[in-house]
Design a protein around this ligand. Structure first.
Ligand code: HEM
Ligand SMILES: *[C@@H]1O[C@H](CO)[C@@H](O)[C@H](O)[C@H]1NC(C)=O
Length: 443
């Protein structure tokens, strides 16, 4: 049970003022020690001058953090250093420097930071937050398992195609009426991870599974609590298997499902582009068979559109946080061990020097003479040794679900409704919930 500090402190004070004073001093000392991180002789990257203890906290404009941050990048360039809430961190912008930290120095910035909770250092398990030997063992095992279960083989593709058929049926049941596609898409996407990790899929009407999907958020809280701590040397045990399964579930469901929800929204907002994709699907595949991964090569416009959804959706704007494991230098500046690293993927995905129309949805960004063109400034899955573990799976899911859906439906705004690109910030940047109509293309 959590008691608010405001009620605990006065009652402690009444009972034992001296002990409480000592306790408070101890807490302050620990805090001061923890925050005393800036070493005067080092050449830190530029950044706003911070205040002791609270750092740049008071310089943040909380009503409009975006503007403050834009000012920081403008004033201090492609790398700035700041400290907020006891953490020193650097924000790195621009492809050359991002490659420097995530690829060239991937052994330096390989770890995830530990976060102190209840003054304990949270011992992290699983895949996303683990480090060192444990992370290496579990990542290798997870990748091997994904491959054994058919990643990059026909079996997994079959599974996604089968799930796409269930998804199409579920959407057909909406009979072209306005509906929020969140639930069906989430269920379809999580079923892919479920069939890999648990060996079976769940029906869209399964109430237990609905409950599970609803409690995913609570799971995030549980994962972050120090009660999950234990002492592991050899990381293969039942508990860690549960952590890793949960991590695959957490990392693999919301991300892919959010991207697909952006995709449907962009289709309804850009009917001409949707029409071009459908024309390509009709001429290459037709209606008599389901799209396969092999079709990706011969559907360049559709493939480009999927990439463009990811570029515009930009669902993980500052990447997943890393930490410097040793003292290092970036762009000539000293970056001490323990500094947190964020990389600005938004800046990359909206760079006016890289993209013809950076703020507008435009599949041409990924096309050259009608052929698909890879772009270096496109890193939604990050890069380097700790790159997204599910990239290949996510790409297969996005392409197949998207193509199968557009083969069968036209997505459009409900009558007299204006759809918007309003977003919500949670684990990912996702579209604000919306209603859409899925008009069947053939009866
Ligand atoms: C559109 C879908 C997805 C996007 C945009 C995405 C993006 C990312 C990003 C940016 C990272 C951080 C990488 C880094 O620190 O450099 C990451 C990590 C991760 N992703 Fe994904 N991801 C997606 C789908 C998936 C799927 C389907 C799975 C499940 C198999 C998955 C599993 C993971 C795991 C386990 C990690 C942690 C890897 C590690 O720390 O070693 N992701 N993802
Ligand atoms: C990331 O880059 C974008 C585009 O340059 C900028 O608007 C934004 O403020 C940057 N974010 C941070 C946190 O530096």
């Amino acid at each position: 049970m959590q008691l608010p500090l405001g009620t605990v402190l006065p009652s402690l004070w009444e009972r034992a003022p001296l002990q409480t004073l000592l306790l408070l001093s101890a807490i302050l000392l620990i805090l001061a020690q923890y925050l005393k991180k800036r070493r005067p002789h080092l050449n830190y990257p530029p950044g706003p001058p911070g205040l002791p203890i609270v750092g740049n906290f008071f310089q943040m404009d909380f009503k409009n953090p975006k503007i403050t941050i834009q000012k920081l990048t403008r004033e201090y360039g492609n790398i700035y250093y700041t400290y907020v809430g006891g953490y020193n961190f650097i924000m790195v912008t621009g492809l050359p420097l991002i490659k420097e930290v995530l690829v060239n120095q991937d052994n330096v910035f390989i770890d995830r930071p530990p976060f102190p909770i209840h003054f304990h250092i949270f011992q992290s398990h699983g895949l996303i937050m683990s480090n060192g030997q444990e992370w290496r063992q579990q990542r290798r095992f997870a990748l091997m398992t994904l491959r054994n279960f058919g990643l990059g083989k026909k079996t997994l593709e079959d599974r996604i195609q089968e799930e796409a058929r269930y998804l199409i049926e579920a959407i057909r049941e909406e009979k072209g009426q306005p509906f929020d596609p969140h639930f069906q898409i989430n269920n379809a996407v999580s079923n892919i991870i479920c069939s890999i990790t648990f060996g079976h899929r769940f029906d869209y009407h399964d109430s237990h599974f609905r409950e599970l999907l609803k409690t995913l958020d609570d799971t995030t809280v549980l994962l972050g609590s120090w009660e999950c701590q234990d002492d592991i040397h050899y990381s293969f045990n039942e508990e860690n298997l549960v952590f890793c399964t949960l991590d695959l579930f957490l990392a693999g469901t919301e991300t892919t499902s959010t991207t697909l929800r952006w995709a449907l929204l962009y289709m309804a907002l850009y009917p001409e582009i949707q029409g071009k994709i459908q024309a390509e699907i009709d001429s290459v595949i037709g209606q008599s068979r389901q799209p396969t991964m092999a079709d990706k090569e011969i559907l360049p416009y559709t493939n480009a559109a999927v990439h463009e959804v990811q570029r515009m959706g930009d669902i993980i704007p500052f990447n997943v946080i890393r930490v410097a494991t040793v003292d290092t230098k970036v762009a000539g500046y000293d970056v001490p061990k323990g500094t947190l690293l964020m990389t600005n993927l938004t800046a990359l995905h909206r760079d006016p020097k890289e993209w013809a129309t950076p703020e507008t949805f435009n599949p041409e960004h990924f096309l050259e003479n009608g052929q698909f063109k890879k772009r270096e400034s496109f890193l939604p899955f990050s890069i380097g040794k700790r790159v997204c573990l599910g990239e290949q799976l996510a790409r297969a899911e996005l392409f197949l679900f998207f193509t199968c859906l557009l083969q069968k439906f036209t997505f459009q705004a409900p009558p007299n409704t204006q759809l918007s690109l309003d977003f919500r910030v949670g684990m990912t940047v996702s579209p604000a919930s919306y209603q859409i109509c899925a008009i069947p293309r053939v009866m």
